[in-house]
Design a protein around this ligand. Structure first.
Ligand code: M6R
Length: 615
């Protein structure tokens, strides 16, 4: 959580940092701040609220012509979101300024020790403790800033991506990383620092992603120096040429990123299987799987770990792997898995799913599985992310940047990758005839077109949303492959419209939730033709006889459910295992429209952040 931006070079730092912070607001948006250096002075502006609020307050900073600065957009961990606790923080002397994404777990003991030695603290943050620790080490040891940062970091426990500069030496920024992402953009005699590449992609495509336990000393006119934080060993920068372009991270005419990302799904799914799915040849080509085929084929079981929406994609994958490839699968919340002393053996394959590739619990689960000797495979969207680097092998989803906090295209592209993997393993295990395999591949190839058709229901879904926008509760039901879709629909509604919603396997309704049903209760039921259709129709009848309001997602041409439900939204017919890729679309649109009608902040829902880098 939290987004960090820094700049040192020859351009005015203020507009670069402010624009960068706006692009990183998906990482946290409860407060924001900026520190700019000019003529021996540091100008700091910070405020509770969003970057827009900071812009109003930062007139002083906006007027500086400083070419060195740091900015921060916060998701509070230590200390409530208020002006004082906002970053940047500075040291007692006022010389050192820091921005920090992460948590210093032992900050209280360090703080007490510093207080005993005369340090004073104005904020409740762990970050202010860190900057003062750096200052104390610097003065006590008589070392330069880089060394002081290194020595101080060796005393802290926790996670961090930090950037620090010293008022008395304004040609240098020191950065360090452990557990939180940090990228350095390299321009012509200028450097950019950011939590991801979006703040600097319009200036340079060349970037270094720091590895965990690495730090860098960035000095104008000099080459970047990389060091290992623990043992001072020199590290060699791996300069990547990024493929990202600016258009991908802008709204492109849509009112919200979420809507843009919903509409991007046909293209995103196609990009996910492009070059991997060769339907005519009856081949699936995925380097990460091809090179590790034996590991998958000989695995006792596959364990899938993830959080939130990615966990729902994992649940869909469980159905696909077991149904098509007959490989046993267990799906775990990463946050539970990492702490429950799970049985993991060398014959297990662990698949970690994460859009951001930075989710702290998922990363910790990966590390645990690696320690126990399991083979670990990542399914991530963000190229070069921590999870992508930490896993033995993996497959990117290629969804493009997802900025809206509510995951949409990440979900469908994760399912696409996982479907490709399951199909590949199934075919290697000889589970299908060549013609059956060809039929499934061809159907998958046609999914982007069917998603496109499903998106045509947007106006209808907006109309339905108007009827239910003032509901206080909502139930989502699905069976089989569409049970995880029900969970995902409920999560979408909860997180962006703040309406309480629950997802259930349709048949479980009579074991409790049926008691909730009355004429006020909207029930969204996924009732596509394949997959327990008759049984779901019976569930719909049970809801109807209790006067519940039924919104059904059905297969095109369905007549039976149409007679029972209050509203139906059609999706094109497809194979049962591929239905989640279609049925999820109306549910995304429903939550989107309801949230807009309730005047909620769709892209930045309260209390949330896109990337959950704290546990
Ligand atoms: O980046 P990840 O996929 O690891 O993120 C996991 C969850 O935090 C994420 O899916 C979250 O639940 C979304 N806000 C859901 O829309």
């Amino acid at each position: 959580m939290c987004g960090i931006v820094g700049y040192i070079g020859h351009q005015e730092a203020y507009p670069i940092i402010i624009k960068g912070l706006q692009r990183l607001e998906y990482r946290g948006y409860d407060s924001a701040g900026i520190a700019l250096y000019e003529d021996g002075e540091i100008h700091v502006s910070k405020t509770k609220g969003k970057v827009e609020d900071l812009k109003k307050k930062a007139e002083n900073a906006a007027n500086t012509l400083g070419v060195l600065g740091l900015g921060h957009t916060r998701w509070a961990t230590h200390g409530v979101p208020n002006d004082t606790n906002s970053h940047p923080h500075y040291s007692n002397s006022g010389d050192l300024v820091i921005i920090h994404n992460g948590i210093i777990e032992n900050y209280e003991s360090i703080k007490k020790a510093l207080q005993k030695r005369g340090y004073e603290f104005k904020t409740d943050t762990d970050t202010e403790v860190l900057v003062n620790l750096i200052e104390e080490v610097k003065n006590k040891e008589g070392v330069k800033l880089g060394k002081a940062v290194q020595l101080a970091l060796n005393q802290v426990v926790g996670a961090y991506a930090i950037a620090v500069f010293d008022r008395t030496k304004p040609d240098e920024i020191v950065v360090a990383k452990l557990g939180s992402p940090l990228a350095i953009g390299i321009g012509e005699n200028e450097y950019f620092i950011a939590s991801d590449a979006s703040p600097f992609i319009e200036y340079t495509n060349n970037a270094i992603y720091l590895e965990d336990e690495e730090m860098a000393i960035i000095r104008l006119g000099k080459e970047i120096k990389l060091r290992k934080i623990k043992n001072d060993a020199i590290a060699y920068p791996n300069i990547l040429e990024l493929q990202l372009n600016l258009e991908e991270i802008e709204k492109g005419g849509y009112d919200h990123f979420m809507l843009k990302e919903i509409y991007e799904q046909p293209r995103a799914i196609l990009d996910t299987y492009r070059g991997r799915l060769l339907a005519n040849e009856g081949i699936i080509r995925m380097a990460g799987i091809d090179q590790n085929l034996e590991k998958f084929l000989n695995a006792n079981r596959i364990i899938i770990v993830a959080c939130g929406t990615s966990w729902h994609a994992g649940l869909v994958a469980e159905y696909i792997f077991e149904d098509l490839a007959r490989i046993p699968v267990e799906v775990e919340y990463a946050s539970e898995f990492r702490y429950r002393n799970p049985v993991i053996t060398e014959n297990d394959v662990l698949i970690a799913i994460s859009q951001s590739g930075e989710t702290a619990d998922t990363l910790a689960a990966i590390k645990l599985a690696k320690e126990k000797g399991a083979f670990v495979f990542g399914v991530c969207n963000v190229v070069g992310s921590s999870i992508a680097r930490e896993t033995h092998a993996g497959a990117y989803t290629h969804a493009g940047p997802e900025i809206g906090v509510a995951s949409t295209k990440a979900f469908t592209t994760q399912i696409t990758v996982l479907t490709l993997i399951a199909l590949k393993l199934a075919s290697e295990k000889g589970m299908f005839s060549a013609s059956k395999f060809h039929e499934i591949l061809t159907e998958l190839e046609g999914i982007p077109g069917k998603v496109e058709r499903t998106l045509e229901s947007n106006d209808l879904v907006a109309h339905i949303s108007d009827t239910y926008k003032d509901s206080t509760n909502c139930l989502y039901l699905g069976r089989g492959y569409n049970f995880p879709v029900a969970l995902e629909g409920a999560l979408k509604l909860k997180e962006i419209s703040y309406i309480h919603a629950e997802g259930y396997p349709a048949a479980e309704m009579k074991h409790g939730p049926i008691a909730l049903i009355d004429e006020q209760m909207p029930v969204v039921v996924i009732a596509t033709k394949k997959g327990h259709y008759e049984k779901v129709v019976s569930n719909i009848q049970e809801i109807k006889s209790r006067n519940g309001r039924i919104i059904a997602v059905v297969t095109e041409g369905d007549k039976t459910v149409k007679e029972l439900a209050d509203h139906v939204v059609e999706v094109p017919e497809t194979l049962e295992c591929l239905t989640p890729l279609l049925t999820t679309i109306p549910l995304q649109l429903l939550s989107y429209h309801i949230a807009v009608m309730r005047e909620c902040n769709v892209d930045q829902p309260r209390n949330l952040a896109k990337s959950v880098t704290v546990e």
